[in-house]
Design a protein around this ligand. Structure first.
Ligand code: IPE
Ligand code: IPE
Ligand code: MG
Length: 211
């Protein structure tokens, strides 16, 4: 059963390229496997008390990558949106894409609009995909999302890479070595359990001290 609390969890889905490299596969194979991990994670979220999930799919700095990788990612996003929309609808997920759209290929912009319209009445999980996203840009544009409760980064790096800087002011940070394509319900459950074991003080005193 979904828990009553409603957490906003944000994930930097990192490690696709290294996951592929270790298997002797091209980087795009890692991105494809990453899309499977997105599906598993989205479907596991509601039962863990997660009401909103924000996933970092493509940063504004990722345009620096080779054109072939960027093009493959853009096609993959469009395909994900088209193939997943029926499942999202069935699961009551409301999908929204955050980030700039003016630099995205037209077929992807169309797929985003179609997926957002189709799922607009979803009353379950609020899923946000961050594409061509930069927190600095978003802050400048005045586009601010709800506060993040738990921020997870896979792939072993311990940095934010311009993701939700403002909204993560008091986020609990959870870094794991797991490469994103290997992430799933068990890893998500472990991160949420770790979150519940922490004490969030927001600048106040520990409950034990305050009485
Ligand atoms: C994250 O995986 C996906 C994107 C940034 C699009 P990476 O592609 O950064 O994978 P690594 O970090 O090179 O392993
Ligand atoms: C952050 O990962 C962006 C996404 C996961 C979409 P990067 O792989 O681009 O970040 P850096 O370059 O290691 O900081
Ligand atoms: Mg990376």
């Amino acid at each position: 059963m979904p828990q009553s609390s409603s957490l906003h969890v944000a994930i930097v889905m990192d490690g696709n390229g290294r996951w592929a490299g270790r298997r002797g596969l091209p980087r795009v194979a890692g991105h494809r496997a990453g899309a499977e991990a997105v599906r598993r994670t989205v479907e596991a979220a509601p039962d863990l008390g997660i009401g909103a999930l924000t996933l970092y799919a493509f940063s504004a700095d990722n345009w620096k990558r080779p054109a072939s990788e960027v093009a493959a990612l853009m096609r993959l996003f469009a395909r994900y949106l088209r193939t997943e929309t029926p499942r999202l609808l069935k699961n009551g997920v409301r999908l929204e894409v955050v980030g700039r759209r003016d630099r995205l290929p037209a077929p992807l912009v169309a797929a985003i609009g179609a997926a957002e319209r189709a799922t607009a009445r979803g009353t379950g999980l609020r899923l946000r995909l961050a594409v061509d996203y930069s927190a600095r840009w978003a802050i400048g544009a005045g586009v601010v999302l709800p506060d993040v409760d738990l921020l997870i980064r896979t792939g072993g790096e311990r940095r934010l890479s311009d993701f939700l800087l403002w909204e993560s002011a008091y986020a609990e940070l959870h870094f794991v070595e797991t490469m994103w394509p290997d992430f799933g319900p068990a890893e998500l459950a472990a991160a949420v359990a770790d979150f519940h074991a922490r004490e969030r003080r927001f600048g106040g005193l520990s409950e034990a001290v305050a009485g």
